[in-house]
Write a new protein. Structure first.
Length: 191
């Protein structure tokens, strides 16, 4: 059965994103050239520029897909019947599992801010894993949580998760960082 034009268009877009991801992980953003991406994807330069304004727009699409994958992994963790604290800790563990995908930490936490700028990276995170974290913190802190404080706590704890993921990626003991995250979460109640 022949694929529709829409299916072919989506397949080309996906091939570009997957090829770009492989090359961005292997070489880094700066060292990856668009001719390499189109060759890896098996498409023309025209196809690249039909789908993406430039290499930076393609990089953003790669990051958005990575962010969605992280959020989906966290949301896929079975939380039925768990306490808000346990849900946060399970979510933290799921985050570290998701960030263990080869190249993901480098792409999302190291390359992305340098290429897209912090504001764009924060927006991608806010749309994905940080949103899940905010809901978990709201459940944990209860109905009396101040909205502004909840926003600030979410951003700070998200930054702690990111810093831990970088440390784990570079060889630090994951259990130590999971324990430190638990201490941070428990400190929220004491505070």
């Amino acid at each position: 059965m022949a694929r529709s034009n829409k299916e072919r268009t989506e397949a080309t877009r996906l091939a570009l994103i997957e090829a770009a991801r492989r090359l961005f992980v292997e070489k880094g953003y700066a060292e990856t050239a668009t001719p390499d991406i189109v060759a890896e994807a098996g498409v023309t330069r025209g196809a690249l520029y039909h789908h993406f304004e430039d290499k930076k727009a393609l990089f953003r699409a790669v990051l958005e897909r990575e962010g969605e994958a992280v959020a989906a992994h966290i949301e896929g963790v079975a939380l039925e019947g768990t306490s808000p604290r346990a849900a946060l800790l399970l979510g933290a563990s799921a985050y570290f599992d998701a960030m263990a995908a080869p190249g993901r930490t480098r792409l999302l936490l190291l390359e992305a801010p340098a290429v897209l700028g912090l504001e764009s990276v924060v927006a991608i995170d806010r749309e994905n894993a940080e949103g899940t974290l905010r809901v978990g913190l709201a459940d944990f802190l209860g109905a009396g949580a101040n909205a502004a404080a909840l926003k600030a706590l979410t951003e700070m704890l998200s930054a702690a998760f990111d810093r831990a993921a970088i440390a784990i990626e570079t060889g630090a003991d994951r259990k130590t960082y999971e324990g430190a995250i638990a201490d941070l979460i428990d400190g929220l109640v004491r505070a």
